[in-house]
Design a protein around this ligand. Structure first.
Ligand code: HEC
Length: 280
């Protein structure tokens, strides 16, 4: 018995040793996001702030090829606009973000927030007259501007490492938004050349310099401008980008569930009625 135990212990210690030698990353911290629960939706103010962080910081190195500017203003998007009638004055006003109740969705073509985001980016395009490449302001139909023209240029600017596209990164990485959030706050300060120690990155050293600095992005809604808050918000935004139809899916799920419960109730009543006179 003792011998068996010591063998098990030896194997255990051996396995631990291997794990450490391989630079086993820490398990991501489980942050209580609003979208974690089976019925929870996105906190759109948070997704808006997260877009701001992506746009002002991460977009310098990471593209999001699957997204066009118009996606930001579609129903379920962080900058969706609604026309809301003021109860007292009766005046109609356009606002960004879903109102508590009522409100008429504004087609993304007429959404001034999305238009201004698109126009703030410079897109390289073929000039319709000269046929030469030329710069023009972005349109809502444009896909997000790419930081580098190709992978070679991206690697050349990043010490040989490739900043992956972030369109579906929360689905592509185990741990999703929790992993991204932990990664962004997980720098341990031990650098080796162009590699930065990070507790959550497999292998322990990442080629991405710590991207977030306290106060670097200003928030209009008074939310704290700390590294941790930026990391939390940008990860929520990346989660939305990878799964923009989650809210719709959860709503459908609830309706289907309610229907099934009602159906089960009806079946039970029918059963009781049909077998009422029979002893069984
Ligand atoms: C200066 C350029 C730069 C900036 C700015 C930057 N990154 Fe990165 N990022 C990189 C590089 C390079 C890699 C590849 C690292 C590697 O493979 O070691 C990377 C990798 C990543 C990864 C993938 C990690 C993995 O598991 O493979 C994520 C997620 C990420 N970055 C998110 C972000 C977010 C979010 C921001 C903005 C807050 C950001 N990055 C800003 C350069 C950058």
């Amino acid at each position: 018995m003792l011998r068996a135990l010591s063998v098990v212990a030896a194997i255990g210690i051996g396995a631990l040793g291997v794990a450490f030698a391989a630079g086993e990353a820490e398990h991501p911290h489980n942050y209580p996001y609003s979208f974690d629960s089976p019925v929870g939706g996105y906190d759109m103010a948070q997704v808006q702030r997260g877009f701001q962080v992506y746009n002002q910081v991460c977009a310098a190195c990471h593209g999001m090829d699957h997204l066009a500017y118009r996606h930001l203003g579609e129903e379920g998007g962080p900058f969706a606009a609604y026309n809301v009638r003021d109860h007292e004055t009766g005046e109609e006003k356009m606002q960004v973000g879903r109102p508590e109740h009522g409100g008429l969705f504004v087609d993304v073509v007429d959404n001034p927030w999305v238009r201004s985001i698109a126009e703030s980016h410079t897109i390289s395009d073929v000039d319709p007259n000269s046929g030469q490449l030329t710069d023009r302001p972005g349109r809502i139909s444009d896909h997000f501007r790419r930081p580098f023209p190709n992978e070679i240029a991206a690697r050349a600017s990043n010490g040989g490492a490739y900043p992956p596209d972030l369109s579906v990164i929360t689905s592509a990485r185990h741990g999703g938004a929790d992993y991204i959030r932990s990664l962004l706050v997980g720098y341990d300060g031990h650098n080796e050349g162009a590699l930065y120690g990070n507790l959550y990155f497999p292998g322990g050293m990442i080629a991405m310099p710590p991207p977030l600095v306290e106060g670097a992005v200003s928030y209009a809604d008074g939310t704290a401008t700390t590294v941790e808050q930026y990391a939390t918000d940008v990860s929520a935004y990346l989660q939305w980008a990878a799964d923009p139809h989650m809210e719709q899916r959860k709503r459908t799920g609830i309706v289907v569930l309610a229907f099934l419960i009602a159906l089960a109730g009806l079946m039970w009543l029918a059963y009781k009625t049909i077998w009422r006179t029979e002893a069984h």
